[in-house]
Every structure is written in structure tokens, then in C-alpha cells.
Write a protein that binds this ligand. Sequence first.
Ligand code: ADP
Ligand code: MG
Length: 333
Amino acid sequence: EDVVNRMAAGEVLARPCNAIKELVENSLDAGATEIKVMMQNGGLKILQVSDNGKGIEREDFELVCERFATSKLQKFEDLMHMKTYGFRGEALASLSHVAKVNIVSKRADAKCAYQGNFLDGKLLAPTKPAAGKNGTCITATDLFYNLPTRRNKMTTHGEEAKMVYDTLLRFAIHRPDVSFALHQNQSSDFRTKGDGNFRDVVCNLLGRDVADTVIPISLESTRLKFKFTGKISKPIASATSKNAQNRKTNRSFFSVFINGRSVRCDILKHPIDDVLQNRSLCVQFCALHLEIDETRIDVNVHPTKSSVIFLEKEEIIEEIREYFEKFINDLFG
Ligand code: ADP
Ligand code: MG
């Protein structure tokens, strides 16, 4: 049974960056305003996320790494949301099946922090008092130590680290009101202030030339019950063959969040790309956020929660296209 759990966990958390996404989302769910990520060897040796969120109660330690254990479904109506947010209570359980997990956590109302070690979904020994500030620190050591095939699929440490960086970068840009820090003793380390200043975050992480041109887009559809907001850099002429090379080195930024969850969902960008392409334009920066009635999407199709099914996909795309067409017309005449 452990082997099956382990392999399933290896699918859900295929790489260090998947674990980081889950841990950071947990920290945000816990109301954290400061989130720090530390890693060694691209997250394969050590992957650590600490936050100043509400913490975990001592009695709940037994449960947190158990499958389907979640503190986030309190009312009966929440069962409905379970469908959309999907895979409730699986992240920590999965992590404990593919890594050695240590949790230190302190609730504001507790006298001290408590800590516990977890393996294969279980708390190994009763929790012990520990030193720690309010909040939670989760450390995963030796990721995929028990899944050599998965471990071998990893690229270099540097590339895994880059993917963790990209994941955290997206959160940092999406939530300027939260302070994010990445430590791995490399040039890619960063820290955002968390003071809500979007422009500063973009300026620090992607450079002033991007930050200076960013413009907001916003569309609300009462009919389809969604609100689509975003920030894009001012469209520029698409690369001609001459500067096509520049484009490769000059990576562009793209992110999509749906109801606050980071997802891989290119289809929301398609209408934007189409409109731009028709005018031979492109953007260097595009951060999108869709808030949509939860009964109209299903993010549960794939265990990594990265793909999404929309009830009214074509209609949504069409509304975005119409809106953006007009937006570009107003901008360029
Ligand atoms: P889910 O997020 O779907 O509830 P997880 O496996 O990701 O499931 O987490 C299990 C539970 O552990 C959460 O419901 C929450 O109660 C607790 N938890 C995990 N991370 C944190 C954190 N950083 N701060 C406070 N509680 C946490
Ligand atoms: Mg979670």
C-alpha cells in the first residue's frame, strides 16, 4: 500500500516546484503575510517554507499528513467547493510519502511551538515543544529518496531551482501584499516587502523597463459570472527575425491565477495573443487573474490541479477577445 501511495504522491508532486506551490498556498490559506522559502540542491536535499500564518494546533499534528485531512471544510456547503478546489488534504500527505517531513508550528494563543516528524502519512512520535515564532515552518528533506526513478527524472539542481524560483516569482507578483523571500545562496535570491506596491515588486524582480510600461486590464461579466483582471506590459512590435534572438534571452513573464490558485492555463491567454498577433504586437509581461463562480469550473481534472475545465469556455474566451480587441483599439487607435 505504501508503494501505491508513494507512486501516486510522486505523480501529484512531480518536482520540487509542485511541492512549493502547495506549501505556499497553504501558507496563504493560513493568512500569512510573510513567506520564506529556503532550498538546497534545487529543493531535492532541503525544501523549506516558513510563514507567519495562524499555525497548527498541537492536537491537529496527528492529522495534517493524513490523506484527505483538511481543516478547510467546516460547513456543509464547503463540500461543493471541494469539487472545485479538489484533492483536499492531499498535499502534505503526498509530501510525507516522498520526503521526510518536519513541521514546527506555533499558534498565537499557544505558550510555545510544537514540532513533529512525519513519514508516509504518519506522525512518527508525539509532538514535542520547540522554539519557534508564531506561524508554521515545514521542511521536506531528501525529496524522492524512496523513488529513484522519479529522482532520476529530475533535471539538474540548477534547473529545478529555477522552476522553484519561477513558481515563487509568480506568487510574489500576484500578491504584492505578502512578503516573499527565497534563499538558496545564489544570485536568484530575492525578497519582496509585502507592502502592496505592485510596481515595486515588478521593478525589483523583472526590472524597471517592464514595470514602467505595465497597464491594467479588467473585465467583468455578470452573465458568465466572472471577473477577469490583469496587468500587461505595453504591447510592442513583435520580434522581427533580426531581434528574434534577443527574445530568447529576454524571457517574458506569464502567469494565470484562477480564484487565487496558480494554474497552468494558456487558454485565457489565447484571445489576448490572437488580438496582439493580428497587429503584429506582443507583450513581455502578462499576469492574469480570473475570479469565477466555483460551480462553473472544475480544476480537479489533473492531480497537479494545473489544468482547468470551464463550463462555458468558448463564451468566456469570446468575451475576453471582444474586450481586449476594444482595449487595443483604444490604446493604438
Ligand atoms: P488542504 O490545503 O487541501 O487542506 P493540505 O494537505 O495542503 O490540505 O494541508 C492539510 C492541512 O494542514 C490544512 O488543511 C491545514 O489545516 C494544515 N496546514 C498545512 N499547512 C499549513 C500552514 N502553513 N499553516 C497552518 N496550517 C497548515
Ligand atoms: Mg493545501
